[in-house]
Design a protein around this ligand. Structure first.
Ligand code: ADP
Ligand code: ASP
Ligand code: MG
Length: 439
C-alpha cells in the first residue's frame, strides 16, 4: 500500500484534477490511500470568512461565502461532463456552502471557526470522489474526522488513529483506492480541529505510519526538495536524496514544501517519503529515507520567519549553576518551545516562534535580570555535513553574510546544522548570498 498526498495546487483546477488519476494508476501497488488538501486558495478564503464572522461582520462574511461558492460552481461545471455528474457535484458543494452561510445565524465560536477551516478538505475530497465515480472508477471516501485525532497536548493520538483506521479499512476488503482529507482532525474534546497550516503533509505521514505502508508520496507543484527557497532565490536545484534528519531540520526551519512535523511519523516507522511533481510525473523528485546521509557537503538552506529573540542579561548568571534551568522552566510552564540558544557568561539569548504567552514569560524572566525582546527576526538554517574535522564551511557561511547584522549564531549543536538569526528584512539577501557562496 502507498499513501499519495496531493497539495492545494495539485487539486487547484479541473485541469489539475485530471492529472491525478494517471498518477495513481501508474503506481505499482495493490492499494492506494489518497490524501487531498483543499483546492489552492480555499483555506485562505475560509480564514477570511472566519475572521469576518469573528468580528461580527456577518454580511461581509456571507458575501465572501457567496464569492467562494460561485468559484466552486464554475469548478464543478468545468470538471464534470455528464448532467448527472454536474448535479451531484453541485449538491455536494451546496451542502458545505449552506453550512458556511448558516454559521452567521447566531454567535460565532472558536469551535465554529475550526469547522469553517475544515470545509476546504471536505469539499475537495468529495468532489474528487464524485469525479472518479463519473469516470467509472471505484473509490471509498473515508472521513478523516472519524480516525484522525490529537490529544490534549495537540499531539496525534497514534494508537487511536491506527485502531480506527484499520477498523474502517477492514470494512472494505476489496477496495484498492481510499480517499481522505488532509489537515483536519478532532481534538481531545471531540471537536473539529486541524493540524495547522500545511498540515496535509502531516496527515499523509501519520497515515503512512499507522498503516505501515511501503512509501509515502507528497505530490506538489515543484520537482522535489530544492537546495534553497525557490520563492526568493533563482537557480535552486532539487536534491535527489535526503536523510530524515536533514529533511526534518529543513522543514522545521522553513522549507515550505513540507509541514514542519511531517517527517517524524515516517521516520519513526522508517517509511521512505518521496516528494514528486504533479506537473511532471516522470521527474525523479526527492527521496527521503534512513538509507542516506550527505557527507562532506552543504545540502540546503531554509529560512523561518516570525521569530522573536529574547535576551536575559544578569550578573547573577556569572559563575552560578542552576540559572539556565530556572530560565528554561519558565518556558516549560508555558509549553513554549525554544528553537535557538546562545549563551555568554552573563547573558543568554534564545528564540521562539510561538508568542502566545510572550508577555507572561517576559514578566517571569524579569525576576532574573534585564530582558530585551526583538521581534520580526528570521532563522536561516544551513544543513549539511559540519563534522569537527571539516574545516572552512563555517567560514564560508559567515563570509556570505558578513555585511548583515547577525543577532545570533548557533554552531556545533549538531554536526548537521548552522543557524543564524537576523532581522527578517535581511532574509532574502541572506538566502541569496548564501546560495551564491555555498552552491
Ligand atoms: P502544496 O500545496 O502542494 O502543499 P506548498 O505550497 O505547501 O505545496 O509547498 C510547495 C512550495 O514550497 C513550492 O511551490 C515552493 O515555492 C515552496 N518551497 C519553499 N522552500 C522549498 C524548498 N526548499 N524546496 C522546494 N519547494 C520549496
Ligand atoms: N489546506 C490546508 C492549508 O492550506 C492544509 C494543506 O494544504 O496542507 O493550510
Ligand atoms: Mg503544503
Amino acid at each position: 500500500m502507498k499513501v499519495l498526498k496531493f497539495g492545494g495546487t495539485s487539486v487547484g483546477s479541473p485541469e489539475r484534477f485530471e492529472k491525478l488519476w494517471p498518477i495513481i494508476q501508474s503506481q505499482k501497488s495493490d492499494c492506494h490511500f489518497v490524501v487531498l488538501s483543499a483546492v489552492a486558495g480555499t483555506t485562505n478564503a475560509l480564514v477570511a470568512i472566519a475572521t469576518q464572522y469573528t468580528k461580527g461582520e456577518i454580511a461581509l462574511a456571507r458575501q465572501l461565502v457567496q464569492e467562494l461558492q460561485q468559484a466552486y460552481q464554475v469548478f464543478v461545471d468545468d470538471l464534470f461532463v455528464t448532467t448527472e455528474g454536474k448535479e451531484k457535484g453541485k449538491n455536494w458543494i451546496t451542502r458545505h456552502f449552506t453550512l458556511l452561510d448558516e454559521l452567521g445565524n447566531d454567535l460565532f465560536t472558536p469551535a465554529e471557526e475550526r469547522l469553517v477551516l475544515a470545509q476546504g478538505e471536505l469539499l475537495s475530497t468529495g468532489i474528487f470522489h464524485l469525479y472518479l465515480a463519473e469516470k467509472g472508477i471505484d473509490s471509498v471516501l473515508l472521513p478523516a474526522l472519524e480516525f484522525m485525532r490529537i490529544n490534549a497536548d495537540q499531539e496525534p493520538d497514534m494508537p487511536y488513529i491506527q485502531r480506527q483506521l484499520q477498523a474502517m479499512i477492514d470494512q472494505f476488503p476489496t477496495t484498492t483506492l481510499f480517499i481522505t482529507q488532509g489537515y483536519i482532525c478532532r481534538n481531545s474534546y471531540g471537536q473539529i480541529d486541524n493540524l495547522r497550516r500545511g498540515g496535509s503533509d502531516y496527515t499523509a505521514s501519520l497515515l503512512g505510519a499507522a498503516l505501515a505502508v511501503e512509501e509515502i508520496q507528497i505530490w506538489t507543484d515543484i520537482d522535489g526538495f530544492h537546495n534553497n527557497d525557490p520563492r526568493y532565490v533563482s537557480n535552486t536545484k532539487p536534491i535527489a536524496q535526503l536523510s530524515f534528519n536533514e529533511a526534518a531540520e529543513l522543514a522545521y526551519f522553513g522549507a515550505k514544501i513540507m509541514h514542519p512535523q511531517s517527517v517524524f511519523p515516517a521516520q519513526k516507522a522508517n517509511i521512505p517519503v518521496r516528494l514528486l511533481d504533479t506537473l511532471d510525473m516522470d521527474a525523479a523528485g526527492t527521496l527521503i529515507s534512513s538509507a542516506f546521509d550527505h557527507t562532506d557537503e552543504i545540502v540546503a538552506v531554509a529560512a523561518k520567519d516570525n521569530i522573536t529573540a529574547i535576551r536575559i542579561q544578569s550578573s547573577r548568571m556569572l559563575l552560578a549553576y542552576g540559572f539556565l534551568r530556572r530560565v528554561f522552566e519558565v518556558f516549560e510552564r508555558y509549553k513554549t518551545p525554544i528553537d535557538m540558544i546562545t549563551t555568554s557568561e552573563v547573558a543568554v539569548s534564545l528564540t521562539l516562534d510561538d508568542c502566545t504567552y510572550l508577555s507572561e514569560i517576559i514578566a517571569e524572566l524579569n525576576h532574573f535580570g534585564e530582558v530585551e525582546v526583538d521581534d520580526q527576526q528570521s532563522i536561516i538554517c544551513i544543513v549539511g555535513d559540519f563534522k569537527r574535522n571539516k574545516n572552512g564551511y563555517a567560514t564560508l557561511v559567515s563570509e556570505a553574510v558578513k555585511h548583515m547584522p547577525i543577532r545570533m549564531i548557533s554552531y556545533g549543536g549538531s554536526e548537521h546544522n548552522i543557524s543564524l538569526l537576523l532581522p527578517s528584512k535581511y532574509k532574502i539577501e541572506a538566502l541569496r548570498a548564501l546560495h551564491h557562496r555555498l552552491f
